[in-house]
Write a protein that binds this ligand. Sequence first.
Ligand code: PMP
Length: 407
Amino acid sequence: MDTSSIRKLFPILSQTVNGYPLVYLDSAASAQKPTEVIETLKRYYEQDNANVHRGVHTLGSRATEAYEGARAKIAHFIHSERVEEIIFTRGTTSSINLVASSYIRAICKEGDEIVVSAMEHHSNLLPWQQAAKATGAELKYIPLQADGTFSIEDLENVITDRTKMVSVSHISNVLGVTNPVKQIATIAHKHGAVVMVDGAQSISHIKVDVQELDCDFYAFSGHKMCGPTGIGVLYGKKAYLDQMEPIEFGGEMIADVGLYDSSWKELPWKFEGGTPIIASAIGLGAAIDFLEQIGLDVIEAHDKQLTSYAVQRMKQIENLKIYGPEEGRLGLVTFNLGKIHPHDLATVLDTYGVAIRAGHHCCQPLMRHFGASATARASFYLYNTEAEVEKFLFALNKTKDYFKEME
Ligand code: PMP
């Protein structure tokens, strides 16, 4: 992969921050946008802007065509069997909430079980906590091993015939490890449970084939895959989406409205009440074109190589603790440096133009498992280079020296 040519396609990367060239190592929180995505948004607003599914006029038709065209691109990108299995949402959080609020609340009752792990992002925990409270179902946790991962044996021991839902991340936003979703789905299905996958961190780094994984639901966000903010996707198998009631009611999602009762449109529109997130959906379509042009296998290889390069180099820094298992990290490294608070660390790194994330990463249960209140995280994407990793290391060493002098 020619990273230097790719970098030129991302205008934001050519700036300096605090007098240093920007080193953006926070793509796991939100990825940067290539010119083509920015231009697509601009073109849409300058030439085609109109509401969708309503206007018989030319702009309305163009907007509708582009919006539904983006849906078709997404269906192709994740290999869903049908285009109507793609629901536009605000992002991963909204997608998981939709399933928890609609599907789970309709099918779960007291004595049933929802299974998650303490590795999960809050967006893949809180919706299930709320659904469990509302239905009387039990929220069960797959026990974590010391390195924060869970074993398939432990997962098998937790799932029972009362389990209705198993929800796991595809790639953890703290550990960077890939969970064996296909294997998890096979086990869950044997017990009659459905499987939801939080794909927020995987969708940008690896090829996702929902039919091959045989997951029942898959959620992801556009902004982590070079697309705009405010747009995301819920993929669901038609059989489940058909059973689900909408959770937002109003314009756009109806077939017929009476004074006391109404009926809904068919899939996917029954879940897209109100004016949809038109421009961002079209921008996400452009992001998918961009990623497909480079190729997800090429991106995965680059991100894997760069992550392991960073890990090897970081291991040479004294008192730097890396969280998670030894092997299998993709796209990110979570760490602490001595007793330096990660917020202080990130603040000093910023003075060298290096952007990393610090905090609990919306994973407080996992932080508690590690006995840490917060950690730092560097994340890598297709536009990052080994030279940037070196700048990051230089800044880490400078930070270390700075805090040593303060002791
Ligand atoms: N799950 C994981 C694993 C994530 O990394 C994130 C984003 N940090 C989310 C869910 C939530 O995504 P969003 O804020 O785009 O809804």
